[in-house]
Design a protein around this ligand. Sequence first.
Ligand code: 3PG
Length: 307
Amino acid sequence: MAKILVATDKPFAAIAVKGIREVVESAGDELVLLEKYGEKAKLLDAVKDVDAIIIRSDIIDAEVLDAAKQLKIVVRAGAGYDNVDLATATAHNVCVMNTPGQNSNAVAELAFGMMVMAVRNFYNGTSGTELKGKKLGIHAYGNVGRNVARIAKGFGMEIYAFDAFCPASAIEADGVKPVASQEELYATCDVVSLHIPATAETKNSIDYELVGKMPKGGLLVNTARKEVINEAGLIKLMEERADLKYVTDIMPAANEEFAAKFAGRYFSTPKKMGAQTAEANINAGIAAAKQIEGFLKEGCEKFRVNK
Ligand code: 3PG
């Protein structure tokens, strides 16, 4: 009997945990739950004897992997796996997977929630603008970007996308206009929605020069990662350009400075909310549980990210 730990500092909805438990127990395995653990020491203790771990944005670093002597697989219930030390996992012969696409509609919907809030002046009673007819730039056309495009059509937006890894023909096939560079995307669009992962190449890449290309009244929406933003550069730019707005689902390190300096054109959720829906939790959590059982019972490595 394998022992499977759900280690979520930001817990799944209870209904998702129930679904995960059903998958695990009907496969004859044991589920252990560690939620809202706060201190890393609790995580280190919980991983000691488990075969598999389901996580969200929880940090799985070398210390955790060293402590998890029985560990065979970690599944990040979600898309981004920048919170897992892949090299150390590979060195420990631990398989790492994500669950791509399972929470992407939830993130896309939140991007629009924040967009509407920003263009309506954060509901302060003054006249704002509409999204209809505005140019939307989707920065990275993956699962979330595609959902953003689908929803943007309903709003009547003119949709552009840039993705260094997605062929222009695939973007065009969705009725979205591909652009040749990220610079062109920012220079073209009234609203840019970020959907890039945090990698060595993308960290700090959304900077003074790039966002500075946006037209007057530009709005940057971040439901991706805080690490991709060059915060000092964005602060400098927003100081120089009182027309720009920034809304984010990932609280910047410099949140207090953003909030103090840019009242009325800056907003951050207190805790990352993009994937916080029952549906996304159910989809990603149950997919993670099934992927673990498929790996443990049949050796299935689909969705492995540390190949
Ligand atoms: C993801 O990468 O899937 C999203 O950022 C959601 O992250 P979360 O599970 O920590 O909410």
